[in-house]
Design a binder for this molecule. Structure first.
Ligand SMILES: [Zn+2]
Length: 361
């Protein structure tokens, strides 16, 4: 018995191995927006395609492999029973999550390169107490059900993403860690330098120390464009220094901003912009770099090339980020200058505050 327990803990894990060996890892791009390009209809659950159209999920994954991704996320973002319930599939958590992993496993087993399979776990879609009605324990149980299915399927790491609330992130992380697999968590910084629920990059970093088993990496995904993700990574770096910790950081930015063109949502980011973003993400201190909504295999391929040829530079300043990637929110800028208050991050007064702060130096 003891021998077995020890075996589990010393068994090499592809994700932690590559993380230790490589200067950076390239993740993949978007699933949802690319599946819409492949025929998924608004209102459909992408996860249903794991069993209904596995060949389409495999096709997209193969294109990310060909583009150079080191990490592939499973098509299980909405794979908890709460999200699947919206499609009457709440009793298929196990089947759908295992199917998603199998599709990727078949491809990675054939690949001559090492490719990590990351089990994507998105938010439940419910709001946790006290702001909402879902209890921490119920969220934990739902995440654990999904995490166990992803483990059974054979993922290398559990990948919690697009979370807005600290309690939900914690429930997901604890549930994921209970499987014994490495865990990564990323939150969506989309509201003036914070998540929708007000979480700052500093609080995101601080969460890791509150977990029973610390995560292998943390960071940010999705949100409002690449510039904001770079600012968030820099704010996480500053916070980590202050908290005397040094987490591995993840940047998975959307491909520019969504625009409504001819009745469709399209993302503004060109491959050149995503190449700049990848280089700045590395310079800012991210070790795992990928794309979120709007990021196609073509973007990932250009990012791979950009990272391979890049000579690492010191972290960029605000001017450089804005020149290359577009504007940074007032809130994120206030945080970069050391002001974590809501007032400092609010639209009014913060510029004046920053100026007066600067004039004191
Ligand atoms: Zn996204």
């Amino acid at each position: 018995m003891n021998f077995n327990v020890q075996m589990v803990h010393t068994m090499p894990n592809l994700f932690t191995q590559l993380l230790a060996q490589r200067p950076y890892l390239l993740a993949d791009g978007a699933l949802g927006t690319n599946l819409f390009l492949m025929g998924l209809q608004t209102g459909d659950a992408p996860e249903i395609w794991n069993t209904a159209h596995p060949e389409k999920i495999a096709d997209l994954a193969q294109r990310f492999i060909d583009a150079g991704s080191d990490i592939l996320l499973t098509n299980t973002f909405g794979g908890t029973r709460y999200r699947l319930k919206l499609h009457g599939a709440q009793d298929k958590v196990k089947e759908i999550n295992i199917a998603a992993v199998s599709i990727l496993k078949e491809l990675t087993d054939k690949s001559p390169r090492d490719i990590v399979i990351a089990g994507s776990m998105g938010p439940t879609g419910e709001i946790l107490e006290p702001a909402g009605t879902l209890t921490y324990d119920d969220a934990y149980v739902a995440f654990k059900e999904q995490a166990q299915a992803l483990k059974e399927g054979g993922v290398d790491v559990l990948w919690i993403e697009t979370i807005s609330d600290v309690s939900e992130a914690k429930a997901a992380c604890e549930a994921a860690a209970s499987t014994g697999l490495p865990v990564v968590y990323t939150m969506s910084i989309d509201t003036n330098g914070r998540t929708m629920m007000g979480v700052t990059p500093a609080q995101l970093v601080a969460l890791n120390a509150q977990l029973t088993h610390s995560a292998s990496a943390c960071g940010t995904n999705c949100g409002v464009g690449a510039a904001e993700v770079i600012a968030a990574i820099m704010n996480m770096k500053i916070a980590a220094d202050e908290q005397k910790t040094d987490p591995i950081l993840v940047a998975k930015a959307n491909c520019g901003l969504p625009e409504y063109v001819a009745g469709k949502i399209v993302y503004s980011g060109t491959p050149a912009l995503m190449a700049d973003y990848a280089r700045l993400a590395l310079d800012a201190g991210a070790k795992i770099i990928g794309g979120c909504c709007g990021t196609t295999p073509e973007h990932i391929s250009v990012m791979r090339q950009a990272l391979a040829e890049h000579q690492r530079c010191p972290a960029p300043d605000i001017t450089k980020i804005e020149q290359l990637l577009g504007p940074i929110s007032t809130g994120a800028k206030a945080q970069l200058s050391g002001d974590l208050s809501i007032a400092g991050g609010s639209l009014s007064g913060s510029a004046r505050e920053r100026r007066s702060r600067r004039s004191r130096h």
